[in-house]
Design a protein around this ligand. Structure first.
Ligand code: PLP
Length: 378
């Protein structure tokens, strides 16, 4: 059977969540904008699913807007914040190791004349609040800082950052919480952020749904114009089945959050212990504390070769971000690792149902990889 250790890339959808979708696709298939019972009922349900997800986020349902994915939420937050800040200035601060869904919109803004400061992580993968403070300017309009780095598992100091930014400037604070949602406890209010992105497929909902939290009272520009859905901010007929599934996955994930976090944290510690004991030369990369992501390196080996070797044995993990196939990851590059270590980086990521047997299979797979790849070299 397949051993899946790449939950930071995407997650499987459990049967109960699929069942929630099925009913919405077949029986309760109304358009929420229709004025007869089938539509009115769907409208009522979409709002109830919105309340479920808002409940898990600790925000008001009126502050949550469905999107097609995390990437859309990030793009919307950045474009909207910059548009709102036009009169204040054109300076943006983010980190060098954000997801491409944040970095690419920033690059477009740079080409259009905005200025972007990229905060650099240290060797452990941490971002310094002193660097953030030094980068703040009167014309800073947006600070975008992720909650959990998707390749290192670093938990960033978003709450402290937001406090600092709001004390010193009028800038909005956006947080890409795609890898943090249902992995580390937070609410947008506790973080003090104005905008926050989540995505369904990282938390056992299907691909194709996400949400953007927009702080109450913030008059934010629309992402897509049209029929006026999502309070006129994100038009397009609601993806009712994806939203139903998103809510079902969130409900299940929120109910078992504490136990799941403890399970993954213990598994991560045991994985590191077994891999360092059983695989000579293997070491940890960064000091990320999120419970579900562990980055390691096997210096002297090429991570793509190892990933292929393991995949032949039915073990799936990542040589970095799945979004950067073939290219060296900008995240690990930002740590300025020696080339031998950079080339051998592997990302292992867990879920609530990952087991010690999965971890032991990985340890054995890595040992075999070392022996066979060594033999083929000599
Ligand atoms: N932000 C982070 C930190 C991610 O890990 C991902 C995952 O791909 C995204 C954004 C993009 O989310 P989506 O795949 O839903 O577009």
């Amino acid at each position: 059977h397949m051993i899946y250790l790449d939950h930071a890339a995407t997650t499987p959808v459990p049967r109960a969540v699929v069942d929630a979708m099925y009913e919405v696709l077949t029986e309760q298939f109304g358009n929420p904008s229709s004025q007869y019972p089938l539509g009115l009922e769907m409208k009522r349900r979409v709002e109830s699913w919105r309340r479920t997800i808002a409940g898990a986020l600790g925000c008001d349902a009126r502050q949550l807007f469905f999107t097609s994915c995390g990437t859309e939420g990030d793009n919307w937050a950045i474009q909207g914040a910059v548009e709102l800040g036009r009169r204040t200035g054109k300076h943006i601060i983010t980190t060098a190791y954000e997801h491409a869904a944040v970095l690419e919109p920033c690059k477009v803004l740079e080409r259009q004349g905005d200025e972007v400061t990229y905060l650099q992580p240290d060797r452990a993968g941490n971002i310094s609040l002193d660097d953030l403070e030094a980068a703040l300017r009167p014309d800073t309009v947006l600070v975008s800082m992720m909650l959990v780095n998707n390749e290192l598992g670093t938990v960033l100091p978003v709450a402290q950052a937001a406090r600092l930014v709001h004390q010193k400037t009028k800038a909005l604070v956006h947080c890409d919480a795609v890898q943090g949602f249902l992995k580390v406890p937070f609410t947008p209010k506790e973080l003090g952020v104005d905008l926050l992105t989540v995505s369904g497929h990282k938390i056992h909902a299907p691909k194709g749904v996400g949400a953007l939290y927009i702080r109450g009272g913030l008059k934010f520009p629309p992402m897509i114009r049209g029929g006026g859905q999502e309070s006129g901010l994100r038009s397009g007929t609601e993806a009712t089945a994806q939203i139903a599934a998103f809510a079902a996955a969130v409900e299940a994930g929120a109910a078992s959050l504490e136990g799941d976090m403890a399970h993954m944290a213990a598994l991560k510690e045991e994985t590191l212990a077994r891999l360092t004991a059983q695989v000579p030369g293997l070491k940890r990369v960064g000091e990320g504390t999120a419970p579900h992501i562990l980055a390691v390196t096997l210096p002297g080996y090429k991570s793509e070769v190892i990933v292929r070797f393991l995949s032949d044995r039915g073990i799936c993990l990542s040589s970095g971000s799945a979004c950067h196939k073939g290219k060296p990851s900008h995240v690990y590059a930002a740590l300025k690792l020696p080339k031998k270590e950079l080339d051998g980086v592997l990302r292992i990521s867990f879920s609530y149902d990952t087991t010690l047997e999965d971890v032991q299979a990985l340890a054995e797979g890595l040992k075999a990889a070392q022996e066979q790849l060594f033999t083929s070299l000599s």
